[in-house]
Design a protein around this ligand. Structure first.
Ligand code: ZN
Length: 307
């Protein structure tokens, strides 16, 4: 089974879990401290890749993991994880208590957008997680990694109200999930990720400004990888989010579907204008659901108009 694991300083491993069987789409992380932890699990269909990568590192047992949020591309494999490792438990936002033991609602929310057939083929069926395997997080809570190392959990609800990011005080890495946006190989810029129903610019910017005050060496994104220019990327993300909102705000009345086609064309043209190579542009624009982005931004604009 193919593997792509990159070792970073301070015993951090970036694991490509080949989401949708493609490289460079979803990364999980493993911090190999004296009290180790896995960050993210990825969708169900990625689970064999995750396990084979861990085993290639000589890791045959993982007792705990931390999930950034409850979207299925991040947590789809949790049921498999707690089944495989008897002692395993999962840190997650308190909504996990409601949805992980009964994941039908999470499943329906995504299959309504992507269709159930797509979901089964690409992300895979999910298994419920027993309630006693779930540990809910609190804002600013510390997760002890042993050897005077800890992860601090920050509740950061701009992308999804159940989102947490995790800050490692030794490597100065912020595991930021989907809060920043997307950076696909081999781009060096952030593409916004602003889905309904929770995207809220003011809340998201408040969080990003809080993160800018941390001492940061790296940002570890779920989609995709570890990046060493954290402050530039946060500035870049904020600028792009502003531009995307303006674009949707200024569109004439159109359906979300029509708007998403116009938006995709506009995003591609912008990237071409910036001199980005075609492969990278394809990587960024083919792996995004533009209609969901339109819906997320319109939903935010509507909330702002009618609070
Ligand atoms: Zn995601």
């Amino acid at each position: 089974m193919k593997q792509d694991v990159i070792k970073f300083d301070n015993h951090i491993y970036q694991i490509d879990v080949f989401m949708e069987n493609k490289p460079g789409r979803m990364s999980c992380y493993y911090i190999d401290s004296s009290n180790p932890i896995l960050i993210e699990v990825g969708p169900s269909n990625s689970f064999p890749y995750l396990i084979s990568s861990l085993e290639s590192l000589g890791i045959n047992e993982v007792n705990r993991s931390a999930m950034t949020h409850l979207h299925l591309d991040h947590i789809g494999g949790i049921g498999h994880l707690v089944e495989k490792y008897e002692e395993h438990f999962v840190y997650i936002h308190e909504l996990g208590l409601k949805h992980l033991p009964n994941p039908e609602k999470l499943w329906k929310a995504v299959s309504d957008i992507y269709t159930e057939k797509w979901l089964i083929e690409n992300w895979g069926k999910i298994k419920p997680t027993p309630i006693d395997k779930i540990k809910t997080l609190n804002d600013n809570e510390f997760i002890d990694l042993g050897s005077n190392r800890k992860l601090q959990a920050y509740h950061d609800p701009g992308h999804a109200k159940h989102h947490y990011s995790f800050y490692d005080d030794v490597s100065k890495t912020l595991f930021i999930g989907d809060t920043l946006g997307l950076i696909y190989p081999h781009g060096n810029f952030v593409q916004p990720n602003l889905p309904p129903p929770d995207f809220d610019k003011e809340i998201l910017f408040e969080t990003l400004e809080k993160f800018e005050k941390l001492e940061l060496n790296n940002l570890a994104l779920a989609h995709f990888g570890i990046h060493k220019n954290p402050y530039d990327l946060i500035t870049n993300a904020k600028e792009s989010i502003e531009v995307w909102i303006k674009f949707i705000e200024n569109l004439p009345e159109t359906s979300n579907q029509e708007a998403s086609a116009i938006m995709e064309e506009w995003v591609r043209t912008n990237y071409e204008f910036l001199g980005i190579d075609k492969e990278t542009i394809d990587n960024y624009t083919n792996n995004v659901h533009f209609e969901m982005q339109v819906a997320g931004i319109r939903n935010y604009l509507l909330k702002k108009k009618n609070p």
